[in-house]
Design a binder for this molecule. Structure first.
Ligand code: PGA
Length: 258
């Protein structure tokens, strides 16, 4: 049993899946299975088009709501974009930023992601900043360099006061949606490095509070050994978050480790 001082967080990243109606169905199922637990922070991150109906379906639930992206301005002429103010008005608490799919397919840079992290914090949204290396980078033994630079550049201007509202997700790109998971030891090694970098940036007390999630093919069969690592404080879940049963099982496993 882990003695993790931080509250576990299990966040479902639905990606570009689920219409508004399908999202409501999934949330109803999750809510029914999950009960009234508060030991684990459970978050669902639907696509923008399903957020409003998800918020209504979550009324009275302990499950929280997040978005998968946002633009770092409050309003204005930014065709196709969604602001932190809009997300807050739909009761979003969290926002995933810098996911590797956004870095790869939409050319998001560390500097751009940094502006989003700051804008999210200013709007009282909790950013889940994603970092992680590609397979080529791991094979070239650049994992630590890559992750450290994504972290340091993504957190420019963030201070220790933000520690309670900041979440980091380590997601090795080669493990996302591939069924390949980092071994608990591989993941812990990077998580420990991230925490020590956070300590250098924000101080030890802040670093001790920040939750660092693992993401990349996390599922009920491999979650316990990952969550038992001292610096793994939860999961960012893609595929396994699209079914109520596996998502709630992950919350239950985290609860059993609390
Ligand atoms: P996966 O996705 O669980 O399907 O690997 C995780 C993520 O991309 O956040």
């Amino acid at each position: 049993m882990a003695t993790n001082p931080r509250k576990y967080l299990i966040a479902g990243n639905w990606k570009m899946n689920k219409t508004a109606a399908e999202g409501v169905e999934l949330i109803k199922e999750i809510d029914q299975l999950i009960g009234t637990q508060t030991e684990v922070t459970a978050v669902v991150c639907p696509p923008f088009t399903a957020i409003e109906s998800a918020a209504k379906a979550l009324e009275g639930s302990n499950v929280q709501l997040g978005a998968q992206n946002m633009y770092p301005k409050a309003e204005g002429a930014y065709t196709g974009e969604v602001s932190p103010v809009m997300l807050r008005s739909l009761f979003c608490t969290y926002v995933i930023l810098g996911h590797s799919e956004r870095r790869e397919y939409f050319s998001e840079s560390d500097a751009f992601i940094n502006t989003k992290v700051l804008a999210a914090l200013e709007s009282s949204l909790k950013p889940i900043l994603c970092v992680g290396e590609t397979l080529a980078e791991r094979e070239a033994e650049k994992t630590f360099d890559v992750v450290k630079s994504q972290l340091v550049n993504g957190l420019q201007g963030v201070t220790a006061e933000h520690a309670d509202n900041l979440v980091i997700a380590y997601e090795p790109v080669w493990a996302i949606g591939t069924g390949k998971t980092a071994t608990p030891e591989m993941a812990q090694e990077v998580h420990a490095m991230i925490r020590s970098e956070l300590s250098a940036l924000l101080g030890a007390a802040a670093a001790a509070k920040i939750r660092i999630l693992y993401g990349g093919s996390m599922k009920p069969g491999n979650a316990a050994e990952l969550l038992d690592q001292p610096d793994i404080d939860g999961g960012l879940i893609g595929g396994a978050s699209l079914q109520a049963k596996s998502f709630v099982e992950l919350v239950e496993i985290a609860k059993s480790r609390s």
